[in-house]
Design a binder for this molecule. Structure first.
Ligand code: PHE
Length: 343
């Protein structure tokens, strides 16, 4: 019986077959179990002889079963490993990747260009009070510029509470930067960010992006302003033939003020930045008004500065050739795939 059982165990070529052999030997009705049961009916002498033999049989069968089982399990594992090998030399599937939004791309480009010119990046809140957004920038309560800005106001608070609004431009960061610097240090910052006006058509969206620039130092002149903007625009449009035109203008917070036009050339009916066939307005600028320097905590008799502000979305459209600003903020994946940048 031992010989037969060991042969059956050896012959079992699967775990299920082996289990059947185990049941046939050691199960309740198994042949070895049956032999063990006979021990009870034996005389002590007989049991002394047969006991070790039957126990020996049981141990031999148990050991053989365990060894065979380990062998078969090992074979199953080997087969699975063989089946599941990975060819590490095959190219991996590409992960679905998003794109960098043109506005983010342009913000990064601007920060990089201005970093080379020694400008740090400053930020301010999008929810402002009317002092930072208007009064400190020399736009008093009754000033028509307040109406011109199509401001989103929050519902009025109680008596004496600040009037809160969504900032209509990044210029309040001028005041915040001056306050943070403490009135006695030169400043060179840009402040990119979201701005809001109640306006919407192909070139205006209620939320849009501006970048503010502010330099405060001693002996700053319009010449510094012009050189800085020319250097910036040439770097941004990646052309040495970018020509600037300073057009006298008016902003309450700068005096004198100038709007900056860049020249373009018509190539196959399309406007290409560079040359001077025509002019396109790109930013507002000027020498920081004495009252604004004072509102920022600087002495206007000692410190001068220039400031500029421009639409980031507009810059992106000009450089990368989109024509509808609203598409910037629709979140259409096809548009983002087409105009977005890879990381
Ligand atoms: N804040 C102005 C605007 O939104 C732009 C500007 C900034 C003009 C700084 C002059 C100086 O139109």
């Amino acid at each position: 019986i031992q010989h037969d059982l060991l042969a059956a165990i050896d012959a079992a070529d699967g775990l299920d077959g082996l289990e059947s052999v185990r049941v046939s030997a050691l199960g309740k009705q198994g042949s070895v179990t049956a032999l063990l049961k006979t021990l009870g009916g034996m005389s002590p002498d007989e049991r002394l002889v047969q006991g070790p033999r039957i126990q020996g049989l049981r141990e031999a069968v148990t050991t053989a079963l365990a060894e065979r089982k380990a062998l078969l399990e090992r074979a199953v594992l080997d087969a699975r490993l063989a089946r599941e090998t990975i060819d590490m030399t095959l190219p991996a599937d590409a992960l679905p990747a998003g794109t960098i939004h043109p506005v983010s791309q342009v913000m990064d480009e601007l920060a990089e260009i201005f970093a080379d010119l020694g400008f740090a990046v400053a930020t301010g809140p999008e929810i402002e009070d009317d002092w930072y957004n208007f009064s400190a920038l020399n736009i008093p309560e009754t000033h028509p510029a307040r109406a011109m800005h199509d401001t989103f106001y929050f519902p009025e608070g109680g008596e004496g509470e600040k009037k809160m609004l969504l900032r209509t431009h990044t210029s309040p960061v001028q005041i915040r930067a001056m306050q943070a610097a403490g009135g006695d240090k030169p400043i060179r910052i840009i402040a990119p960010g979201r701005t809001y006006r109640s306006d919407s058509d192909a070139t205006h969206t209620p939320m849009f992006h501006q970048i503010e620039g502010l330099v405060i130092d001693k002996g700053i002149t319009l010449g510094h302003l012009k050189w800085t903007l020319e250097t910036f625009l040439r770097a941004f449009f990646e052309r040495d033939d970018v020509v600037l035109r300073l057009r006298p203008s008016y902003f309450p917070f700068t005096e004198p003020s100038a709007e900056i036009d860049v020249g373009y050339t018509l190539v196959n009916g399309k406007r290409v930045i560079g040359g001077s066939e025509g002019w396109m307005e790109v930013l507002g600028s000027g020498m920081v008004h004495r009252k604004v320097i004072a509102a920022g905590g600087y002495d206007p008799d000692l410190w001068q500065g220039f400031a500029f502000g421009c639409g980031i979305d507009r810059l992106a459209m000009l450089k990368y050739g989109m024509d509808d600003l609203r598409a910037f903020f629709d979140g259409d994946a096809r548009w983002l795939k087409h105009y977005g940048f890879s990381a």
